[in-house]
Ligand binder design. Structure first.
Ligand code: SAM
Length: 207
């Protein structure tokens, strides 16, 4: 099963799964660091069922939510039936369906370790930022839990922070920082024999 099929298959119970992996502190800390402003436009890349989107809307932002999985976005849409605050678009990491210089923020939570080429995905996210806009990536540090690949379809076993920093630099972002957010991502293997607890980093850069 590929990543797209995997996320289609878990879409209806992703909210429950997500809550068992990490909690709202991840997004609230990311929003604090980014100093999000009501009325601004953000993109939520690899939006899934809307963990980040939901928090951004609560803070008064409008959101373009992008994901490869129509099933995940269908669940997201069902939460925002009213109003014009969220625009959902099916799209891929290499060719995001948003024009250049469009959004004030790009958020990507637990998305980067699923994409084929993290440096290319970062350049693509930088492309859609307005000058002065901020990229905010929250993802997992390098780890050794194979079952996250075999059971959760992770493509990368987390990242070295210095690699992420280099990729943001190569995307011509400024004031680049990759730091601890003080939160962990937790999961248990299907057999129950392994428990992963991996620290989460926050990477930011301005266009
Ligand atoms: C681990 S989930 C995270 C979802 C959400 N951001 C959250 O925090 O709950 C990763 C999401 O990224 C999407 N994704 C993975 N690879 C992608 C790609 N190449 N292009 C677009 N979306 C992708 C998946 O479909 C999935 O919804």
């Amino acid at each position: 099963m590929n990543s797209k099929k995997y996320f289609e298959s878990v879409a209806s119970h992703w909210d429950k799964m997500q809550k068992s992996f990490f909690d709202e502190n991840v997004r609230e800390k990311a929003f604090e660091i980014a100093q999000t402003q009501p009325g601004n436009l953000a993109a939520d890349i690899g939006a899934g069922t809307g963990f980040i989107t939901e928090g951004l809307v609560a803070r008064g932002l409008k959101v373009i939510a992008i994901d490869q999985s129509a099933g995940m976005l269908k669940v997201l849409k069902s939460k925002f039936m009213l109003g014009d605050k969220v625009d959902c678009r099916v799209g891929e990491a290499e060719k995001l369906p948003i024009e250049d210089n469009r959004v004030d923020y790009v958020f990507a939570n637990m998305y980067l370790h699923h994409v084929k080429s993290p440096p290319k995905a970062i350049k693509e996210m930088a492309r859609i930022l307005k000058p002065g806009g901020m990229l905010v990536i929250t993802d997992i540090d390098e780890h050794e839990f194979e079952f996250l690949k075999t059971e959760h379809h992770d493509r990368w076993m987390g990242f070295k922070r210095k690699d992420v920093e280099k990729w943001l630099d190569e995307a011509n972002l400024m004031d680049v920082s990759v730091d601890c957010i003080g939160e962990t991502c937790c999961a248990e293997s299907n057999s129950g024999s392994e428990k992963a607890s991996v620290s989460i980093f926050i990477a930011t850069g301005k266009k």
